[in-house]
Design a protein around this ligand. Sequence first.
Ligand SMILES: Cc1cc2nc3c(=O)[nH]c(=O)nc-3n(C[C@H](O)[C@H](O)[C@H](O)COP(=O)(O)O)c2cc1C
Length: 364
Amino acid sequence: MTAQNSSETEDRKDDHLQIVQERDVETTGTGFDDVRLVHNALPELDYDAIDPSIEFLSHNLSAPIFIESMTGGHHNTTEINRALAQAASETGIAMGLGSQRAGLELNDERVLESYTVARDAAPDAFIYGNLGAAQLREYDIEMVERAVEMIDADALAVHLNFLQEATQPEGDVDGRNCLAAIKRVTEALSVPIIVKETGNGISGETARELTAAGVDVIDVAGKGGTTWSGIEAYRAAAANAPRQKRIGTLFREWGIPTAASTIECVAEHDCVIASGGVRTGLDVAKAIALGANAGGLAKPFLKPATDGSDAVIKRIEDLIAELQTAMFVTGSGSIDDLQQVEYVLQGETREYVEQRTSSECRVE
Ligand SMILES: Cc1cc2nc3c(=O)[nH]c(=O)nc-3n(C[C@H](O)[C@H](O)[C@H](O)COP(=O)(O)O)c2cc1C
């Protein structure tokens, strides 16, 4: 990639951040409304003794809540990452950084600092890096290790965003050989690999392929929250690219709703993060009852992060209180207990899951 292309990556990141902050970029329909946890009127628990902590990839996290991959790659994101990292450190939860492509390809100290600030602000937190599957295909393993070293990462997330690429006027729409690249990196990298979508979900079939490739964690990033085709539609409109604008708008609601994607992925992999439109601690609780290990949120942390780490900490504490309330009224003293809670599946999610597991349309 040329320096010019790399700085285009940096400018694109800035466009995205501005659109996410100023425009309507959220869809609905995660399916969590269709998941009803069965109330326990006699929980026989002391609320204050409930323990929402988990062990995740050999690290202790105070709660099963992830700050999903967002920023880095532009100098104006440094303060956002500092606030997110300080909050992750203070509260003991995990944080993902945004794509490190610009950090690897641009020789710019200020761009680099937009990533390294996270580790500086949170020396002991679980922080994970981020690259696109298309970059894994291009980079040798030394280059991928550089992304890990840049932030002393505890894991590396690899994002899948082909709908977004197809909606971008300048998108990379060659989707070939990504699974082989993921497998190659999974076998050689010094840290675990998380494969994530970016808002369109992961099916059981894809989860099975990723599991066979040796991926350590699947993050579903399903439909129902931030829409990247919607974001690209705004960019396309501004760039006078009417076809891309139409496609971005047409596919705004595309994808596997997060609840259904979670159900499909937990059947194929034993470590799954549910994200994409997760907005409350109750959503996190429902995801865990469906079998996920944790829930993740991206956009809801952006505004608080621009206000500083105290605002992010407050948002995290609110989420944990909501989760802990759900644990209380389902009689769950621990996250393991919550995974065993009975639930009822209703509406479109039930229909979706039934069709996907019926003999005519099997997941396997
Ligand atoms: C401002 C912003 C930037 C993002 N940048 C990245 C990125 O660089 N890499 C990535 O894997 N996902 C990125 N995402 C996607 C999120 O990690 C997440 O999958 C998606 O936004 C859905 O979650 P949400 O509905 O909670 O926002 C970004 C999301 C936002 C809001």
